[in-house]
Ligand binder design. Structure first.
Ligand code: AGP
Length: 614
């Protein structure tokens, strides 16, 4: 997820652009840049790091341009550096473009352009897009506005773009498909463009939210022209903003954590996007393809992570052993690094980390590297230490996760690990082809099933209200849902400060059941697949000791319904994919209890978003 800003008017553009970027930094902050159109020349300034680094770079430059575009990046293709930072320019240097989204067919487009003599300097899909637009413009001889339309019709993927050109002074072209884009209509015919209204609201409250497949032509002091890719003219329906700036940055949610919980249908989809070839029924993970044979010959896989990422790793253990039949061990980074583990060159070590900077995880990876193991990374930050220090890896495309409590990163990590397990199971021929195809097909429905699981929000709020003053919680799960129980307990602990413990449900009878009484809420993941009958008997054991049971069940469940005090129904899915859906109500439960207790949900006490120290 990145942030784009555009300005077209009678004031100096760069202060407005820089201020706008700062309002969008929550969307991405690994590099930033501006393009300014002045006296028929496009001036570009870029910086690795935050917007303030860019600001420092241009503060002594004399600039008077009143037209410009700007971008703050969350890298998806190409590491965060100045070369990959936006804006990107066309071959002639006459067009400059900023882009938020993923162009899925950028490789194909780039190859064709290279054959025509185009030269590329960055690793980004965006540079391909701007050069492709210019190629269409030159080849067709049409207006730039029409050339943008024609080019976008041949682009596969998601985009929100703003384009300026020396060929059209005092003008800007914007377009969107799959990524948000808003244009504000300011005083005296000025336009302010943003990925959302945050950069716009201080200049004007009159905005137009572009729809997918719309392209708009903005000319200073003139009426905006909006058309669709198939040339239908649109009369833009203007709206008046009534959100505060702070609400806008959180997308209208009270906390980033809730926003990120609700982003999961999209972030899980983005973590699969371009990686499942439905026609050929194939999983494609370009990042590890060169190492697939090495991984297939591995004696075992060691998964290393901390906190929520360790829980994702544990889900990965169940996935890899079930679907690929490869032995897996899951290790806490902090334990692994100090217990003098036996690591052999035929071991593969997978580091799982949202930030890619967790010290304990990195230390475990470095130890494994010293002992000759192959290192893979599953992380959410392009160019992070885990990404740079592993031999290969697969990025999660969850976008920036601002809330300290990890939510969308967890489901994105589990999504990637599921794809890896399916790919390896397929290559090793250890998975029944029918099961493989069914899982691939079912995966495509998971974003929609997460969407449906989110609809339990109001019910979860009522449950939160009833149990927010409990002093202890137990979370129980079996099989692949045991790590989900651990994750649910961690979510509650870290944002509400209530003690909670995750346990394998069958372990209750080995001691913890002594804790059960009417003051102990027990959250049980009791979905239909797996050892359903066994977990029902675990529930009965708790019931007979007056425990309060909050059960996460498969839609339509009747058996647990008779036993549980509260039922949270989620859509049915394959047992191996249940963690992606069953986690949702547990995230919501932790969130609502914490809010009701007045906790600082996004910045809980004693915690940091990335633990870069031992
Ligand atoms: C999860 O909600 C916590 N914030 C924490 O446990 C986190 O998962 C852990 O510190 C690992 O962080 P990483 O994924 O960035 O490596």
């Amino acid at each position: 997820m990145c942030g784009i800003v555009g300005y077209l008017g009678n004031k100096k553009a760069h202060p407005i652009l820089l201020d706008g970027l700062k309002k969008l930094e929550y969307r991405g902050y690994d590099s930033a840049g501006v393009a300014l159109l002045e006296n028929n020349i496009i001036k570009i300034f870029k910086a690795k790091g935050k917007v303030s680094d860019l600001e420092e770079k241009i503060k002594h430059v004399q600039l008077s341009a009143d037209t410009g575009i700007a971008h703050t990046r969350w890298a998806t293709h190409g590491v965060p550096n100045e070369i990959n930072a936006h804006p990107h320019v066309s071959q002639s240097g006459k067009l400059a473009l900023v882009h938020n989204g993923i162009i899925e067919n950028y490789n194909v487009l780039r190859e064709k352009l290279e054959q025509k003599g185009y030269v590329f300097y960055s690793e980004t899909d965006t540079e391909v897009l701007v050069k492709f637009i210019e190629d269409v413009y030159l080849e067709t001889g049409k207006s730039l506005f029409e050339a943008v339309q024609l080019a976008l019709k041949r682009v596969v993927g998601a985009y929100a773009i703003a384009l300026i050109s020396t060929e059209m002074p005092g003008s800007m072209i914007i377009a969107r498909k799959g990524s948000p884009l808003v244009v504000g209509l300011g005083k005296n015919g000025e336009f302010i463009v943003g990925s959302d209204a945050a950069p716009i609201i201080r200049h004007t409250k009159t905005v137009y939210y572009l729809d997918d497949n719309e392209v708009a032509f903005l000319q200073k002091g003139k009426e905006m022209q909006v058309i669709t890719l198939d040339n239908k003219r649109i009369s833009p329906l203007l709206t008046e903003l009534d959100l505060s700036l702070e609400e806008l940055e959180k997308g209208g949610y009270d906390y980033f954590m809730l926003k990120e919980i609700y982003e999961q249908p999209r972030s899980v989809y983005d973590s699969m996007r371009g990686r499942i070839d439905t026609e050929k029924q194939l999983v494609r993970l370009g990042g590890i393809e060169p190492y697939e044979n090495h991984i297939l010959e591995a004696d075992r896989i060691i998964m290393v992570g901390c906190g929520t990422s360790w829980h994702a790793a544990l889900v990965g253990e169940y996935l890899f052993e079930e679907l690929a039949r490869i032995p897996v061990e899951t290790e806490y980074g902090s334990e692994f690094r100090y217990r003098n583990p036996i690591i052999r060159p035929r071991d593969v070590v997978i580091g799982i980390s949202q930030s890619g900077e967790t010290a304990d995880t990195l230390a475990g990876l470095r130890l494994a590297k010293e002992k000759g193991a192959l290192l893979l990374g599953v992380c959410n930050v392009v160019g992070s230490s885990v990404a740079r220090e592993t031999h290969a890896g697969v990025y999660t495309h969850a976008g920036p996760e601002i809330g300290v409590a990890s939510t969308k990163a967890f489901t994105a990590q589990v999504t990637v690990l599921t794809l890896m397990a399916l790919r390896l199971g397929y290559l090793k021929k250890n998975i029944d082809l029918n099961r493989y195809e069914n899982l691939l097909c079912e995966l495509e429905y998971i974003p929609e099933k997460i969407e449906r699981a989110l609809q339990s929000d109001l019910l979860v709020q009522q449950i939160a209200r009833e149990y927010k003053n409990a002093r202890n919680f137990l979370y129980l799960g079996r099989g692949i849902n045991f790590p989900v129980a651990l994750e649910g307990a961690l979510k509650l602990k870290e944002i509400s400060y209530i003690h909670a413990e995750g346990y394998p449900a069958a372990e209750m009878k080995h001691g913890p059941i002594a804790l059960i009484d009417e003051n102990m809420p027990v959250v049980v993941i009791a979905t239909k697949k797996g050892n359903y009958d066994k977990i029902v008997s675990n529930i009965q054991e708790i019931k007979s000791r007056n425990g309060k049971i909050i059960a996460v069940v498969t839609e339509g469940d009747k058996e647990v319904a008779r036993l549980a005090d509260h039922l949270i129904e989620i859509p049915e899915t394959d047992e191996m994919l249940t963690p992606l859906v069953a986690t949702i109500p547990l995230q919501l439960l932790a969130y609502h209890i914490a809010v009701m207790l007045g906790r600082d949900v996004d910045k809980p006490r004693n915690l940091a978003k990335s633990v870069t120290v031992e």
